[in-house]
Design a protein around this ligand. Sequence first.
Ligand SMILES: [Zn+2]
Length: 248
Amino acid sequence: MKNKKLMVAKLLDSVGVLRGIMPRDGLSVLCYHRVAASEETIESCAYDSGVYSCTSDIFKAQIAWLKNNTNILSLDGLLKLLRGELAEKGPYSLITFDDAYQDVYSVAYPLLKQIHAPSILFAPSKLVEEGRLGWWDMVAFILKQAKRKRFDYDGEKFDLTDNITPAMRYFLSRFKQMPYHSCVNIMGELAALCEVDLAGHRAHAAELMTWDQIAEVARNNFAIGSHTHTHRVLTTITPEEQRETTSP
Ligand SMILES: [Zn+2]
């Protein structure tokens, strides 16, 4: 199994550590990104497989455990707890999802619905609007599709023949650490170096939830929160851009 998060989740699940790490009282916030239909989904993912939090089996077991052992809070419940107005006793848990991936709708949502568990979805509105994946997924996509496996970039040598991980780490850290404006062209440069035609590929939007699906889950026990408009790393953009991407 290649995916480290999945391995950790399996380990936690198999030894029941979830029980051990949950505080007896207080609030635990679980932050999920993608929930895979199966392990094969993760292995065959064309994008960043590191974004998967777990498989549906593990997710189902985790939320069942939370339901039986904690008070799963809705956004209203959380606000009441913070105001000291919540009558129900702890321990409390909060189930959250970042990025609005399609499998939150197709895999996680039906399982949460079955047990009437509330959750919060944090959606990056511009990416949903444009059906565009984040830079981490696009870097992974280019590296996985690369027709040319060996190339130099900014004095570094890369060989994707057996393993894309070092290249993935290098490009993700550039996006996280460098001013956004100096990274704007990296995606195009990388695609050209790897001989991947980004313009010819139209499947990215299918990885994200649509506004209709977000509206549906919002009617069914999901609260919708902001995940910024553009999902840029806030430390890499100007204060003005920070205000713009975080304002309602
Ligand atoms: Zn995110």
